[in-house]
Ligand binder design. Structure first.
Ligand code: GLN
Length: 486
């Protein structure tokens, strides 16, 4: 089989336009790569072979069309996106047999732009987690070290991109779930501004945080996907009509004109030695290329883990109330009495982490505790937003690490959920504030594990992020060739 699966999205689009190959060949190459790598990587919950090949054939027949810039290009989507007629489980037993009769707006837009969805990727149950170990269905391995987690919750998305199953993937980021797996596997990931992309048809976790976005191996590819999916949507009132930019044609920024703020609370974290070394080196490379770096402060950042885990759990407890064993999804057998039916269905078909968050969320919303927890967290959220705005004064973007440690071995934190929550500290600020961010690779630790950096921007400045990343990816070390997996 040809090695078309190695191409980036932009390269594949150019090749298709020049008739060097067909979408059928490209899609077959992607599916063959999935077959070869899945036994080791386990990125996918469903591979849509027949349907993808049919769509590829149709794309070949229709020929070039400027309105369909992704025509015939294979992509994967996280299993939280409703794709009509295909299984959509969100990594949960409670949705095991669910087949949506409608489509997420972002998926519909990707397909209208011509993309061919080849697979739905694995994730932590209801996107709650940081390692994809909470999927009810399978283990996804980090393609760069199969003994380690790929990060999460969009671990399958990152693994699919890094193992070259597809050039780009769609993921979601509620507290870091695009940026962190991208960093831990060694690819790029973009979390758009809250409201830049519609949430309609995405299995909800924390509705005031959730946002969909692309993972890919180049910033140009992130832009291609974003330009296809971004924009207002009559089906989601939080999707903003703020003007769109030409994300697909972001011009690399002039690094000599760039000022990046380094939030000192994030840079002074307790880093793994190998990660610290890479981060130091990355800063030197950037200053060597003319970037100005200056320290900034986010004084309320120390509350971000508490704020997020109160508010997101509260929203999750409300969003997940719909899974009651009655309307759709898993229904427990036995006792037909209503309350037992609810209790048994939810207990049997939801994992421990999801139940922990539902209980936490229900508690912080309960009368007597609402003011002490939920209201207080909502107030502190505003303080963090104010810090963020102030930190950006005089800077183009903030620059931060993504994770203080590299991908960890399976089970390393099995008995310690709180430590894993703490590890989210670097990604949470953007979700709390609703601002956009982009993770990009900054090389490997001496042990060969990817290290990521993230740029944090002003609301709706995705174009600026893509431009800055386009210049930075030429200066920072590439994560190197993906390991042999086939
Ligand atoms: N790790 C975070 C959590 O467990 C973020 C998850 C996400 O962004 N979906 O909630």
């Amino acid at each position: 089989m040809s090695e078309l699966f190695r191409l980036t999205l932009a390269e594949a689009a150019a090749g298709l336009a020049a008739k060097k190959f067909t979408s059928v060949e490209l899609t077959a190459s992607s599916l063959a790569r999935i077959k070869a790598t899945e036994p080791r990587v386990g990125a996918c919950l469903a591979v849509l072979e027949e349907r993808a090949m049919g769509e590829a054939a149709a794309a070949d027949k229709s020929g070039p069309d400027p309105a369909r810039p992704l025509r015939g290009l294979p992509v994967t989507v996280k299993d939280v996106f409703c794709l009509k007629g295909a299984p959509t489980t969100a990594g949960s037993r409670i949705l095991e047999n669910y087949r949506p009769v409608f489509e997420a707006t972002v998926v519909a837009r990707l397909r209208e732009a011509g993309a061919v969805v080849v697979a739905k990727t694995n994730c932590d149950e209801f996107a709650m987690g940081s390692s994809t170990e909470f999927s009810a269905f399978k283990t996804t391995r980090n393609p760069r070290d199969l003994s380690r987690v790929p990060g999460g919750s969009s671990g399958g998305a990152a693994a699919s991109v890094v193992s070259l199953q597809a050039a780009a993937a769609l993921g979601t980021d509620t507290g870091g779930s695009i940026r962190q797996p991208a960093a831990l596997c060694g690819c790029l990931g973009l979390k758009p501004t809250y409201g830049r992309v519609s949430r309609y048809g995405i299995v909800a976790y924390g509705s005031s945080f959730d946002q969909a976005g692309p993972l890919a191996r180049s910033s140009a590819d992130l832009g291609l996907i974003l330009s296809a999916v971004a924009g207002p949507d009559g089906l989601d009132s939080t999707a903003s009509d703020h003007p769109l930019d030409d994300y697909a044609n972001a011009v690399p920024a002039d690094l000599k004109k760039l000022t990046l703020g380094l939030p000192e609370e994030l840079w002074s974290a307790d880093f793994d030695g190998g990660v610290a070394r890479r981060l130091d080196e990355a800063r030197k490379l950037l200053t060597g290329a003319g970037v100005r770096l200056r320290p900034v402060s986010l004084p309320n950042l120390r509350f971000s883990v508490a704020v997020y885990y109160i508010l997101a759990a509260a929203e999750a407890s409300t969003n997940l109330a719909r899974y009651d064993g009655v309307r759709y999804g898993y229904r427990a057998g036995g006792d037909p009495e209503l309350l037992s039916l609810y209790r048994n269905s939810r207990t049997q078909a939801m994992g421990e982490e999801v139940r922990r968050r539902i209980m936490l969320g229900t508690f912080v919303l309960s009368s007597g505790y609402y003011d002490a927890y939920f209201r207080k967290a909502a107030q502190v959220r505003r303080l963090i937003a104010e810090d963020y705005r102030r930190a950006l004064e005089g800077c183009d973007f903030l620059l931060a690490p993504v994770s203080s440690i590299p991908a960890w071995p399976f089970g390393a934190f099995a008995a310690d959920p709180l430590t894993v929550y703490q590890l989210d500290m670097m990604t949470l600020p953007l979700n709390i504030v609703g601002a956009p961010g982009l993770a990009l690779p900054a090389g490997l630790t001496p042990g060969g594990l990817p290290v990521g950096l993230q740029l944090m921007g002003r609301h709706f400045d995705e174009l600026g992020l893509l431009s800055a990343a386009g210049a930075m990816e030429r200066v920072l070390p590439s994560p190197g060739d993906p390991p042999a997996l086939g």
